[in-house]
Design a protein. Structure first.
Length: 186
């Protein structure tokens, strides 16, 4: 894409070229905005070890839905909206992973000694909690939370919209957490 240094092409031209598959336009869009969006994601609380994945998810979402961009706001503003959603998902995933480790006592105890029964108890508790989920909830939960697959990947695996994947995950998390908390009560 031939542009003068520092001059952004008109939004409608950039969008049209990206939608048409112009790799130079995509490269320009990414190079122009990636640093800003990464900085924004950091400020929104995305951990350094999750930042690159979150940034890629933002631009993957942009790639998949740019044809729906109406141009009512600047591209940068639209990317900010995508980043807000992605930051929320990334933080939620990290919080939930920490919660699972805490609830299942998978982290080493203060004494540094597991005891002989503790790993087996945690595994039994995990399996019992997973058995409370429907088959589709369990598949989504295991792939996303335990295997680290993204929502986009799950949507492709299940051949459904990404929003459906996140609804299943939401329901599965609630059931999983309720079971674990119920088991943790004396």
């Amino acid at each position: 894409m031939r542009t003068l240094v520092g001059l952004e092409p008109p939004t409608e031209v950039l969008v049209a070229r990206c939608v048409a598959g112009d790799e130079q336009a995509w490269a320009w869009l990414y190079s122009r905005h990636a640093r800003t969006i990464a900085h924004f994601l950091r400020r929104l609380g995305v951990a350094p070890d999750a930042l690159e994945d979150a940034l890629q998810e933002v631009f993957l979402q942009a790639f998949r839905s740019l044809d729906k961009f109406r141009g009512e706001a600047a591209i940068k503003t639209w990317l900010y909206r995508l980043a807000v959603t992605q930051a929320r998902r990334t933080r939620e995933k990290a919080r939930f992973a920490r919660r699972i480790r805490q609830l299942l006592m998978l982290e080493v105890t203060a004494e540094g000694d597991w005891g002989d029964e503790e790993p087996h108890r945690a595994e039994r508790l995990l399996q019992a909690a997973l058995s409370q989920l429907s088959a589709i909830e369990r598949e989504a939960f295991v792939l996303y939370e335990l295997e680290g697959q993204s929502g986009v990947e799950l949507a492709a695996i299940f051949r459904c919209p990404e929003a459906t994947v996140y609804r299943r995950l939401h329901d599965a998390r609630k059931k999983f957490q309720a079971f674990i908390e119920g088991e943790a009560r004396p």
